[in-house]
Design a protein around this ligand. Sequence first.
Ligand code: SAM
Length: 255
Amino acid sequence: MQPEPGRVLLVGAGPGPADLMTVRALRAVQSAGAILYDALVDPEILDLAPAGCLRLQTGKRAGRTSMKQDTINRLMLRLARRGLKVVRLKGGDPSVFGRVGEEQAFLEAQGVATEIVPGVTAASAAAAQFGFPLTHRGEARRLLVATATVGEGALAESGWTAAADPETTLALYMGRDQLGVVATRLIAEGRPASTPALAVENAGRPDARPIPATLANLADMVSAAAPRGPVVVIVGEVTARAAVAIQPQQEARQA
Ligand SMILES: C[S@@+](CC[C@H](N)C(=O)[O-])C[C@H]1O[C@@H](n2cnc3c(N)ncnc32)[C@H](O)[C@@H]1O
């Protein structure tokens, strides 16, 4: 797909490697005049842009601060009005915790057409890489994509009944620092403490690291693994199907 001048494509780059992008996303990058990209977008993908393409990083990396959302919005608008083919590139799927709705609403209100190009989200990448399904007949009839907090880090108050249903697979984004309170709340709502879970650091990438756990020890297992990359946490029976070798030190911690 060729982004038309004056139009902004809101594109999912997938979880990392370029071969996990859609062909449509690849074409958008290859024909972009300007790319505004988030911190989780792999440099390998940016290398696919044309030589003269303007590349602007909008997310934090190596201690730099993120651009404010308002600044990003105004930049996209200015570049589109200059007639550039603008690609707003985000890690994973732009519609999953990617603020795509806010950016689309802003641009459309300014008379700039947008189009969303989907991407492989972190939970899908984790499941595929470690060989387990997110839903499974008779075992997991619901996939709940969630983050634990709302606003300024307060624990969300709604949705716990569905999350505690034994047939729900919970995919938790941006939840690494709340795993203790999330697990406690799920157990209080009736989810067995023995429910298997899998945290995956750098899902979809060659350096992906699976951290198997149960609800009872999830927070301790992830904290002991001290991940440095992004982490998605999947809670539910389906994770028992993951092809993950448990290391001896993990077995000791699980005992
Ligand atoms: C702002 S959200 C963006 C999610 C992204 N739009 C997606 O669909 O994957 C950032 C969070 O997504 C998760 N995440 C994104 N990429 C990941 C990856 N490659 N491996 C594990 N978790 C990832 C982490 O929970 C991270 O804190």
